[in-house]
Ligand binder design. Structure first.
Ligand code: AMP
Length: 281
C-alpha cells in the first residue's frame, strides 16, 4: 500500500494510475477502522481498478470538543488492517494540509441538515460537506463509497455531488453489525464492558419498532414502544423517527415502501451512538 500525507504526493500517485488507464474508487474514513470500513474497501475493489482510502479526523464536523479529543486515533493498526484487504493507496493528511487557513465556508442543505442528527449536532454536516468536497477535489475519484450507517450523511453527500456537479458516482454499503446486533462504530471502543452490553438497546429497539410498524402500520405505537424501552434503561434516547431516506422527512403513511427507514440516536454513558434500519430489507 502506498501511503501519502501531502496533496502533491497523492495526486502524483493517482496521476500514474490514470496514465495506466485505471479507474479510482475512494473510501473516506476517520480511522479506528473496523469490519464496516473494510467492507467499504472490498465493495470499492469490486467497482474500480484501484482503491484510495483516507484517514482524517476532521475537526470541522465535531460540535463537541471532548468528542474530537477522545476520538480514537490508531493509525499503525489501521495501516495493518488496510494491508490485510489489499487497499492500494492511503491518504493521511494533517490538519495543516486540509485546512491551510481557518475555514469560514458554511454549507446549508435546507431541511436536510436540520432534522435527525442535524437537530442535535449544529454545523456537523457543514463540516462533513467541507471535508468531503476538499477530498473529492484532491482525489477526483470515479466512485466514492459511504456506509448506510450514516444515512443522513449519505443523503447529504448525494445532494452535495448533485449541486456542485462533482463527477463522482456515490455508492452505499449496508451496515456491518457485531454478533449481538450493535452497529460497528469507531466509538464502540470507548464503551466499558457494561456499557457495551447495554448498547445493544439501539439494535433491539429498531428491530422491535420495525416489527410493530410492519404489523400495525401505527407510527405513534411504534414511537411509544421505543420511548418506553429507554425509560427503563440507563441509555439516553436523543431521537427516534420513521423517515423517507431521500428527503429525511417523517413518514406518516404508506410505510411499506423500500425508502422507509427507522433512525435512532442516543447516549450510552458519554458515548453517542447512532443506528438505523430499513423497514423492508
Ligand atoms: P467514519 O470513519 O465513522 O467517518 O466512517 C467512514 C465510513 O464508514 C462512512 O461512510 C461510514 O458510514 C462507514 N461506516 C462506519 N461504520 C459502518 C458500519 N458499521 N457499517 C457500514 N459502514 C460503516
Amino acid at each position: 500500500m502506498i501511503i501519502c500525507d501531502s496533496i502533491s504526493s497523492i495526486q502524483s500517485v493517482i496521476a500514474k494510475e490514470r496514465q495506466n488507464g485505471h479507474s479510482i474508487a475512494f473510501v473516506p474514513t476517520m480511522g479506528a477502522l473496523h469490519q464496516g470500513h473494510l467492507n467499504l474497501i472490498k465493495a470499492a475493489q469490486k467497482k474500480a481498478d484501484k482503491v484510495v482510502c483516507s484517514i482524517y479526523v476532521n475537526p470541522t464536523q465535531f460540535n463537541n470538543s471532548d468528542d474530537l479529543i477522545n476520538y480514537p486515533r490508531l493509525l499503525e493498526e489501521d495501516i495493518k488492517k488496510l494491508e490485510t484487504v489489499n487497499c492500494d493507496i492511503l491518504f493521511t493528511p494533517s490538519d495543516e494540509v486540509m485546512y491551510q487557513k481557518t475555514s469560514t465556508l458554511k454549507f446549508n442543505f435546507g431541511e436536510l441538515d436540520q432534522v435527525l442528527e442535524g437537530a442535535f449536532r449544529p454545523n456537523h454536516f457543514s463540516g462533513v460537506a467541507l471535508v468531503v468536497s476538499k477530498l473529492f477535489h484532491i482525489v477526483q475519484p470515479d466512485y466514492a463509497f459511504f456506509g448506510q450507517k450514516d444515512l443522513q450523511q449519505l443523503t447529504i453527500i448525494k445532494k452535495l455531488v448533485q449541486e456542485l456537479l462533482f463527477n463522482v458516482q456515490i455508492e452505499s454499503v449496508p451496515i456491518q453489525r457485531e454478533p449481538d446486533g450493535l452497529a460497528m462504530s469507531s466509538r464502540n471502543g470507548r464503551l466499558n464492558p457494561l456499557e457495551r452490553q447495554e448498547a445493544v438497546i439501539f439494535f433491539e429497539c429498531l428491530s422491535n419498532a420495525r416489527k410493530i410498524l410492519l404489523e400495525n402500520h401505527d407510527r405513534q405505537a411504534t414511537i411509544s414502544n421505543v420511548q418506553q424501552a429507554f425509560q427503563h434503561h440507563s441509555a439516553k434516547l436523543e431521537y427516534f423517527d420513521i423517515v423517507d431516506d431521500s428527503d429525511l422527512k417523517p413518514r406518516h403513511e404508506n410505510y411499506l415502501r423500500p425508502d422507509t427507514v427507522l433512525c435512532i440516536a442516543g447516549y450510552i454513558g458519554n458515548v453517542r451512538l447512532i443506528d438505523n434500519m430499513y423497514l423492508i430489507s
